[in-house]
Ligand binder design. Structure first.
Ligand SMILES: Nc1nc2c(c(=O)[nH]1)N=C([C@H](O)[C@@H](O)CO)CN2
Length: 127
């Protein structure tokens, strides 16, 4: 369990819209589907950030966006969106040892009726 008194830094990129090969049914095979992906990555912050602190003291939040777009392998069909989420988590954990936990929320845009938002949130603590 996370220590409730521990300082945290959450990097967040919300509502990335990207097309991914995913779906469990035969009619979904071979067709990219639009997903809306939100990623949060938890780190321990520096004790303080002064105005001259440089990016190496943190992590570039654009790396989160990259993990959900160009970082997904071309031509791979993910049956479950859980597997898309796991690929994003693995990419980010491997990239930076300072990331302690990641949450990935994925909404499948093509299947909701009206204002429904159907999908998952996968939360992983660093293995
Ligand atoms: N937990 C999940 N449930 C479902 C998924 C999924 O990826 N994870 N996928 C589908 C189908 O592909 C659906 O989106 C098509 O209607 C169903 N349930």
């Amino acid at each position: 369990m996370t220590d409730p008194k521990k300082d945290t830094l959450i990097l967040r990129v919300a509502d990335i819209e990207t097309d991914v090969l995913t779906g469990i049914y035969s009619e979904e095979t071979g067709k990219p589907q639009p997903l809306r992906i939100t990623i949060e990555a938890r780190m321990s912050p520096q004790p303080a950030y002064d105005p001259d602190t440089t990016l190496d003291a943190s992590k570039n939040y654009m790396d989160l966006r990259h993990a959900a777009t160009e970082g997904l392998p071309e031509g791979v069909h993910f049956k479950l969106i859980e597997a898309v989420g796991d690929h994003i988590c693995e990419t980010l954990f491997l990239q930076d040892e300072r990331i302690e936990a990641i949450s990935v929320t994925i909404v499948k845009l093509a299947i909701g009726i009206g204002s429904e938002k159907i999908g998952i949130t996968l939360h992983r603590e660093r293995p």
